[in-house]
Design a protein around this ligand. Structure first.
Ligand code: ZN
Ligand code: FE
Length: 208
């Protein structure tokens, strides 16, 4: 009996070929510039990784603002989870992290979130706020590049974006009160655990 032809059995990638990926072929066919996307993802991963580092430092200098410290800790750990969520995707697409961490830090899509010379609560909150805003711009751009073309990267980018938008709201609330004495509620409830990352962290995978 003749074997029935299945519509998805064959494509450009030859059977047994391990140097090409159907997962890449399919998104390229739908209009993704894969090389450009990989570059953007590495830049974005660099920003998450360096932000995780700089937030560690910023948090250390919030003594006496224990409530700010806790929010900073949430944002810090969630940025680490963003780095961990997106890194495997870079490899799946055929890319990889730079071999030298200096190259990685230099190409981050956001400026270094340096500890101010004379750190005050308000100054630190301003830096945290602007870092979140840069992250929102970065992940919005990646959502634009992948919407309707690369469902997997889009799903990851949009989950990260949701948390970055929350982070902006947290720091607007805190900075507004600390610097200007104005109440601008973030509208959010407390995370269950610090760095819970409700959108970007797959709980069963990272926290079995
Ligand atoms: Zn982040
Ligand atoms: Fe963030």
């Amino acid at each position: 009996m003749a074997i029935k032809r299945k519509p998805h059995m064959k494509g450009k990638v030859k059977p047994g070929d391990v140097s090409n990926r159907v997962g890449v072929e399919q998104i390229a066919a739908r209009g993704v510039n894969v090389k450009r996307l990989i570059d953007k993802l590495i830049d974005a991963a660099g920003a998450e990784f360096t932000t995780y580092y700089y937030y560690t430092l910023l948090r250390m200098h919030l003594a006496g603002h224990e409530d700010y410290k806790e929010i900073c800790e949430d944002a810090r750990l969630e940025d680490r989870s963003h780095f961990e969520l997106i890194t495997p995707r870079i490899y799946e697409l055929g890319g990889g992290l730079p071999r030298d961490i200096r190259d990685f830090a230099d190409r981050a899509s956001c400026a270094d979130a340096y500890l101010p010379q004379k750190p005050t609560g308000a100054k630190i909150l301003e830096i945290l706020l602007e870092a979140e805003r840069c992250a929102i711009r970065t992940w919005s751009e990646i959502c634009d590049l992948t919407l309707g073309k690369d469902p997997r990267t889009y799903d990851m980018a949009s989950r990260i974006l949701q948390e970055e938008i929350e982070h902006e709201a947290w720091f607007i609330e805190l900075l507004s009160k600390e610097r200007d004495g104005v109440i601008r509620p973030s509208g959010h409830f407390r995370r269950g655990d610090p760095g819970q990352a409700p959108y970007s962290k797959n709980r069963s995978f990272y926290n079995p």
